[in-house]
Design a protein around this ligand. Structure first.
Ligand code: ATR
Length: 290
């Protein structure tokens, strides 16, 4: 497939569905990657209003759209409309990538793989380590399942609503033979030494960047590495506190970036050469101060 500077009759169309999607970086990642690899494809954001998902998918299929990303609030809602789901999407119960198949779209979850790749990029190990997950929503589910798949020593899930942490811990245990504890965010076990703490809640996201789910600075003295899935701001209060305490810190840009790379690979059935990955990662990081 050859890249051309303008869209022509052979251009393959990809897109993103979600609501709202104005601030997405995905079109920049995919369109730049297509240009670098000389692929004749275009990636377009589609803001799908509430209640419009089924029609949007039917329409997309009829319009010969080759693949899509799915973002908030449709990652779970999209599943009944797919022909099948693959890999981590089954355990997570959420899909962020669709690839056109013979009888409809096939769903994947590349968020999980994106997080894993971001941890690898930052030389953060999971195997044999104590992992803490803050939150128990959709993003936490991806983080919990993917870390559970990498042989950790144990996983401790803490959430504002303890019952949801319990639910997620049961879900993890039903898929992986890994010790999983759970607790409330505000009465967590203070003896748990944390090799890796993954913050998955929306607390700290702009404009609420003066907030953190953890307010006790002493907490971070027990933590080695802290990852926040938020990348806007690039350094949340949670990460600021972690850094001050000497932790290794990683924001959510890597996860976003690598989930996109993985989606691109699934769509095109290729492996993106590391040289292009590094070049694009650095360019975006610098351009958006991430
Ligand atoms: P996502 O798919 O982005 O993970 P979600 O499924 O709505 O979003 O989950 C949001 C998570 O952020 C939950 O763990 C939620 O805690 P509750 O289960 O108690 O609702 C957490 N969260 C949201 N606002 C919070 C706040 N102000 N303090 C602590 N946790 C919060």
């Amino acid at each position: 497939m050859k890249h051309v500077d303008i869209v022509n009759g052979s251009t393959k169309v990809y897109g993103l569905i979600g609501h709202p999607i104005k601030h997405t970086l995905s079109p920049i990642i995919h369109n730049t990657l297509a240009k670098m690899l000389k692929y004749n494809m275009i990636y377009v954001p589609f803001d799908v209003p509430s209640g419009g998902l089924r029609e949007a998918l039917t329409g997309a299929y009829q319009l010969n759209i080759q693949g899509m990303n799915v973002t908030v609030p449709y990652k779970q809602e999209v599943i009944p409309f797919l022909s099948k789901i693959e890999g981590y999407a089954n355990q997570i119960g959420a899909v962020n990538t669709l690839k056109r198949g013979k009888d409809g779209y096939i769903g994947y979850n590349t968020d999980a793989e994106g997080l894993l790749q971001s941890l690898i990029q930052n030389e953060i190990r999971i195997s044999g380590k104590n992992i803490m997950i803050i939150g128990a929503g959709g993003a936490a589910r991806a983080a919990a399942m993917v870390t559970a798949s990498q042989n950790p020593k144990q996983i401790y899930i803490v959430n504002r609503t303890k019952e949801k942490a319990e639910e997620l811990s049961k879900a993890v245990s039903s898929h992986y033979d890994v010790p999983v504890q759970y607790g409330s965010l505000h009465s967590m076990d203070k003896d748990f030494i944390v090799d890796l703490c993954i913050q998955t809640t929306s607390v700290g996201l702009l404009p609420g960047n003066d907030q953190s789910p953890i307010t006790d600075e002493a907490f971070f003295s027990r933590v080695q590495a802290a990852v926040d899935l938020i990348y806007n701001p690039s350094e949340t209060l949670f990460l600021k506190m972690a850094k001050k305490s000497g932790c290794k810190t990683v924001n959510g840009f890597g996860m976003l970036f690598f989930q996109a790379i993985r989606a691109f690979e699934i769509w095109n059935e290729i492996t993106v050469p590391p040289m292009y990955i590094d070049q694009l990662f650095e360019a975006l990081k610098n351009e958006f101060n991430l």
